[in-house]
Design a protein around this ligand. Sequence first.
Ligand code: AMP
Length: 404
Amino acid sequence: MQLEQLDVKDKKVLVRVDFNVPLDQEQKVTDDTRLRGAVPTIKYLLENGASVILMSHLGRPQKKKLEDGSIDRQSFSLKPVVNHLEELIGCQVAFVEDTIGETAKEAVEAIEPGQVLLLENTRFYAGEEKGDRDLAEKMAALGEVYVNDAFGTAHREHASTATVASFFTTDKKAFGKLMEAELEGAKKLLHDPARPVTAIVGGAKVSDKIQLLEKLLDLADNVLVGGAMAYTFSLAQGGKVGNSLVEADKQELALELLKKAEVKGVRIVLPVDTKVGKEFSNDTVSEIVASGEIGDEWEGLDIGPETIELFKGVIAESKSILWNGPMGVFEMSNFAIGTNAIAEAVAAATRDNGAYTLIGGGDSVSAINQAGLAEEVSFVSTGGGAMLELLEGKELPGIKAVNG
Ligand code: AMP
């Protein structure tokens, strides 16, 4: 159901958001993309007379317990998010130091329509990540209506993202606006996209992206492969890769993909040159060599200038573009040149050719932000893993639970 169809007036609306944001040592939010992503839903609910109860996870408190085995409530509390959120939505946000139970119930009862309450980290309860029914039932008891706007965790079958929805009838649950936008973004690529469709895939491992690559063979006209992934393809084709990051056991897979692409008429474009360094550091000596000709002492850390031109040419001719994964070790400025050039090219295709361009989450989002071009592409996804699974054609548990 759509948010606009829900009756929220004077209702306690339980909203699962994704406030899993990075905090610095002073517990200040260093990247508020996810907070900003939830603002349209929160504002809509406030304007329509709802009492808004927000719940989210933050980090992995169950995996990083204190020495005595207890939860590190200090480091993983959502409380530091409150001030930043208040600035974004322009009103006060109450906070309660529990997610369920009497304290949470009292806090929920105390808020009025037009007010916001943030519950403590859902992952303080071990049942959250197990999708525990008891925990989910207790969460559900806090709201009359449930809204899921946590796209970043929609691929997890957790108590607050999936199980909780089973306690609400279909007329009492809906997706939030961020979730709608993410689903719409993926749909534009998956269903009848403007052609040619080009996917740019990079990052560290072939194995992480194998299902995406398989799916792309049914969707894309061109697949540009960059990042460390490309060296596995190069190795499989008999190239020399020196000390580059490769997955030696994925060579067969790489060759199979190339064969399948040929049969399906999909053009996989591999790098023709690469920027190599002696060590994995920004200030290492570096040079440009042809692909497959990396010396023993060297490792590939970025795509080279000829590859940049080759990729730019394909991007400029595309009408739909998906980008997932950096072209090199973009965290180091001397090896961010390829990634930045691709960011520029994707922005230019959006601006000059009206191409639909989707940045598919994770590190490509950091890369487009780093290049200052996030506003110049069609859509920047807030969910790395979730967007990947959506594009791979999977039904996400968080989505199924609201639809079902
Ligand atoms: P992923 O999460 O799979 O998209 O991978 C992103 C990571 O891949 C980033 O941290 C990059 O630094 C890394 N990466 C990209 N290219 C290379 C490369 N040539 N060598 C090592 N790491 C790389």
